[in-house]
Design a protein around this ligand. Sequence first.
Ligand code: 13P
Length: 257
Amino acid sequence: MNRRYRKTIIAGNWKMNMTASETRKFAEELKAIMPRAKWCETLICVPACNISTAIKAFKDLRVSVGAENVYFEEKGAYTGEVSAAMLKDLGVKYVIVGHSERREYFGETNETVNKKVHAVLDHDMNPIICVGESLSQREQGLTPEWIALQVKAALAGVSAEKLRRCVIAYEPIWAIGTGKTASAEQAGEVCTAIRATIRALYGARVARSVTIQYGGSMNPKNAFELLAQPDIDGGLIGGASLKPEQFVDIINAANQE
Ligand code: 13P
């Protein structure tokens, strides 16, 4: 973390978990144990159908609500999709774009990710852009090129001013939901390389202001060490964000001086 130059953001990604009633129950439980977020911003990204419920339930908790996906077209005949204008109107602040599960199961490409990034920015929300390599790419030594390619493609046509509203989440695919975390050094190294890629594109001032999160089996045990890396400014947390106590422990790790 480097709180002098950029925000620390602890974000949950609930994926396809939690009904509306479970969301309300989670908020009640969280209310009892939520610390004062001194240093970090906190948010939870929930399924689209539960966004309104979550916004109401988290209102007094200083927890923002994010979306897990968006469609890039403005409006029209796209049955089943949700537009950026719809999310904005509900009160959404952050939108996850390009999660590896969407890339793998729903045909998301670097091109659609880029279109979604623009749609989110055009509607004054903040995209959380996910990038990450597979195990075989890591083993072949392809991680640096692959991540740089994903970052550049996602940010194509994004102005320096708008880039300040983007968050990048480095999520090695092999560490997602596997209990296998990247070591703090491995994760820190890639996040430093992501900042270098942004620096080459936008200059040092902009690059140092961008929040870069780590995601992939982050939990109360490893959060502190990961967040101690100078270029890791927060977490995108799946499994551990479904349990109020674990989520709070991670927030506490980010709150330490
Ligand atoms: P896990 O924390 O469950 O590994 O999920 C990480 C993730 O994909 C967050 O977007």
